[in-house]
Design a protein around this ligand. Structure first.
Ligand code: SAM
Length: 294
């Protein structure tokens, strides 16, 4: 089987199987060998690695992964692609195809079964409609992962990398930067896909931190604070948090915490760094414990 990553070879496979693109699954297949080679290079795969590929499509990148890695597990939701993958990957005995929604896969169990619990590498040209839940699911599940190399919408890649004071800074930036070091590897034009998406794309590498960059007493609580502050980003932090019923925070309690941190009472969430959100979360966690004791 020839490499699939060219328009001609991709069309041939699609015709052979009368494949119909499903827009709802974000299907835009890569048809550029140069981009494929650069993704593989950026993903630092060795023959010791077990790679999880999310959304293999017709197996274009899977072919490259199978040649570089010890083992590849490819999770594809579209049942119509399974016979195609069985055909295009028939030469490789180190690929397992799972026909499932990635959001319903127990990745921890997969890492245990396929890699003895050692960290997996993730490589994917992600379906853009569920980029954030996939990334958050990977991080929050506590699955052992050391490197995630993914193609995402250009604006989403930028959002993951930026810091306070920019309009793209938000809950995704903070979550990604808490768990990993993000680096944009390259921009990718719509012309490199079939069909062409109507947005630009970028490949981003997320290298998992060996230890969290900030100390947080209650991770989940810090992320609730972050989500609440960016849900109402035009409001001051004091008002934004008071409006989030689930937090049960009075304006006075938040204002006192901000004062303790040396921040002005009218500060907005969008100007706080990750370290400041961690500090705020730790102060408020302590105050909550004091209430419970009182
Ligand atoms: N990797 C292929 C390539 O680069 O040519 C295809 C990438 S395409 C952008 C995204 C792929 O993810 C499609 O094959 C799509 O069917 C699959 N997909 C969409 N939603 C999924 C989900 N929830 N779980 C697993 N795969 C999914």
């Amino acid at each position: 089987m020839a490499y699939l990553g060219t328009p001609g070879n991709t069309i041939q496979v699609l015709k052979k199987y009368n494949f119909v693109f499903q827009k709802k699954y974000g299907q835009n297949f890569l048809v550029d060998t140069h981009i494929l080679e650069k993704i593989i290079e950026a993903s630092d795969i060795t023959k010791q690695d077990c790679v999880l590929e999310i959304g293999p499509g017709i197996g274009t990148m899977t072919q490259y992964l199978a040649e570089s890695a010890r083992e590849v597990v490819a999770v594809e939701i579209d049942r119509a692609l399974i016979p195609i993958l069985e055909d295009t990957l028939s030469e490789y005995d180190n690929v397992t195809i799972i026909n499932k929604d990635i959001l319903k896969v127990d990745i921890g169990r997969l890492a245990a079964e396929k890699n003895g619990g050692r960290p997996l590498k993730v490589v994917a040209n992600l379906p853009y409609y569920i980029t954030t839940p996939i990334i958050m699911g990977l991080f929050e599940s506590g699955v052992p992962l050391d490197l995630i190399t993914i193609m995402v919408q250009k604006e989403v890649a930028e959002r993951m990398q930026v810091g306070p004071g920019t309009k793209d800074y938000g809950a995704l930036s903070l979550a990604v930067q808490y768990y990993a070091k993000p680096e944009i590897v390259m921009q990718v034009s719509p012309a490199c896909f079939m069909p062409k998406p109507n947005v630009g794309s970028a490949v981003i590498r997320l290298t998992r931190h060996a230890a969290a960059p900030v100390e947080v007493k209650e991770e989940r609580y810090m992320f609730s604070l972050i989500r609440a502050s960016f849900n109402q980003r035009r409001k001051t932090l004091v008002n934004g948090l008071a409006n989030a019923a689930e937090l049960q925070l009075s304006k006075e309690v938040t204002a006192a915490a901000l004062e303790q941190m040396g921040l002005p009472p009218a500060v907005r969430g969008e100007s706080l760094t990750l370290a400041q959100f961690a500090e705020l979360s730790n102060i408020l966690t302590e105050k909550r414990q004091d209430y419970k004791k009182a």
